[in-house]
Design a protein around this ligand. Structure first.
Ligand code: NAG
Ligand code: NAG
Length: 444
């Protein structure tokens, strides 16, 4: 067999296995984290979430990969600049990747905010958030009443039943008293204001679908004590203590996280667990954190086979240690990210996840023992050698190396899969990662 046929055959096998697991195993819910009273309301949400995950699961993940890489090529055509300027950029508006190109640099962005909902790429690309709903203006940074949140607060906004596009009246620091529990069909859009979620609890996206989170700073998140928390206008319940994740995605589908600046949370910056899928994490700037992103929390929870996630155009910067991401069971496309610092490793996993790493830049740390990008846990080589972990077009610097597996080191088929934009372009593609300063009536 030709190498490309072998690879496609391997991917077919992975798909079949995953489909089987998705439809057979996803009917069992094992963990009910932080829901102290798993009442009928939560049981119904959990069931609906599983149906949503099965519906959103893409049987041909390589089509999503192609779709993504095609858009990157379109935007970078004829553009050979691969440098990232070290100084702050002061020139005219510049959108260097296809997600940003879709909405940035439009003078009227503040009047046409919902344009953003058309811009996601990757597995989360059908996420529309609160598009078509009303604008909800957050005017009050306080978070004092968890059962009857005050109108004008972020907590009041995210529990409303209808689609909402949530924006901020001014710069603010919001210290959440306990985890912020979202309902479906919401966008949190911090453009035009400098908004920090800091010093308190983080975001919880549990058994919901269709959420966009854009443009916030989320940092110094602590674990919460739990207690009575309202999770929709019609329901509240007792929660046990929260972990201290920046964003916890739990049994949730169609999630797009874009242009966040995140650092220093008690647990993960972004954790994706319990049968979540159709997710894109893009354009974020991550710094100063140990366990950055955990995709799948349990080696025994095969429901995470449904997980399909795109990690693109992010900058993993200063003070990163490990898990960028660490994956179990699922399928992750890690593409055109910039890894400029890590202490232990960048990408890891257990339980035969599929990891397609394309066009990233990996700059290894000076420590000779930490040059390897990849790390596999709880399996001898005889077992992990069949996991599909591919590196294509990645730029390896300062001795970085990626240990491939799953198909004797052959590269992706040129005929069946579009080649990614190479890692040398990453400094440019990720140049405006993190929260960006947007001013109304001027290009962002
Ligand atoms: C970019 O590089 C290609 C191939 O090296 C070359 O043909 C093209 O003229 C270059 N484009 C620009 C704008 O410099
Ligand atoms: C979200 O919005 C869509 C379209 O408006 C609607 O069909 C769906 O029921 C909403 N989902 C939830 C969980 O409210």
């Amino acid at each position: 067999m030709e190498p490309r046929t072998t690879l496609v055959a391997t991917m077919e096998a992975v798909k079949l296995r995953n489909l089987f697991l998705v439809f057979v195993v996803l009917t069992v819910s094992t963990v009910t984290a932080h829901i102290a009273d798993f009442d009928e309301v939560w049981q119904n949400r959990a069931e609906e979430a599983m149906t949503a995950a099965c519906q959103a699961y893409h049987p041909d993940p390589e089509k999503v990969i192609n779709h993504f890489n095609k858009h990157v090529h379109k935007v970078t055509q004829g553009d050979n600049s691969t440098r990232r300027e070290l100084h702050k950029y002061h020139g005219p508006c510049l959108a260097t990747n296809p997600i940003d190109r879709c909405w940035r640099c439009q003078k009227n962005w503040a009047k046409n905010r919902m344009r953003l909902a058309d811009c996601a790429l990757g597995f989360g690309r059908h996420t529309t958030g609160g598009k078509g709903g009303k604008i909800y203006m957050v005017t009050d940074p306080s978070d004092n009443d968890l059962v009857n949140p005050k109108p004008g607060t972020l907590r009041h906004a995210v529990i409303q039943p209808e689609p909402l596009w949530i924006i901020f009246a001014r710069n603010m620091v919001i210290r959440l008293s306990e985890e912020l529990i979202f309902t479906s069909n919401k966008t949190v859009d911090a453009r035009g204001a400098n908004v920090h979620i800091a010093g308190g609890s983080g975001f919880t996206l549990q058994f919901v679908r269709n959420i966009i989170i854009h443009g916030l700073h989320i940092h110094d998140i602590k674990s919460g004590n739990g207690g009575l928390i309202r999770d929709s206008v019609n329901h509240y319940g007792f929660r046990s203590s929260s972990d201290g994740d920046g964003v916890s995605i739990f049994g949730a589908t169609n999630i797009w996280i874009d242009h966040l600046s995140m650092s220093n949370c008690a647990d993960g910056l972004i954790d994706v667990v319990e049968g979540s899928t159709a997710i894109t994490i893009s354009n974020c700037h991550f710094t100063h954190h140990n366990e950055v992103m955990l995709f799948g929390a349990s080696d025994s929870y095969s429901g995470d086979s449904v997980m399909q996630i795109t990690v693109a155009f992010n900058h993993f910067g200063q003070g990163m240690v490990q898990r960028m991401p660490r994956v179990r069971w699922g399928f992750v496309h890690v593409v055109n990210n910039d890894y400029t610092h890590w202490l232990m490793y960048a990408i890891g996993g257990s339980q035969h996840p599929t990891i397609i790493s394309q066009g990233n830049r990996f700059i290894a740390p000076p420590n000779l023992a930490a040059k390897e990008v990849t790390k596999r846990d709880y399996a001898p080589e005889s077992v992990w050698q069949s996991w599909l972990w591919r590196s294509e077009g990645d730029l390896m610097m300062d001795g970085a190396f990626f240990t491939q597996s799953g198909n004797s080191g052959q590269s992706y088929s040129k005929r069946d899969l579009i080649t990614p934009k190479p890692g040398s372009y990453v400094p440019r593609l990720t140049r405006f990662s993190g929260s960006i300063n947007c001013v109304p009536n001027s290009p962002c």
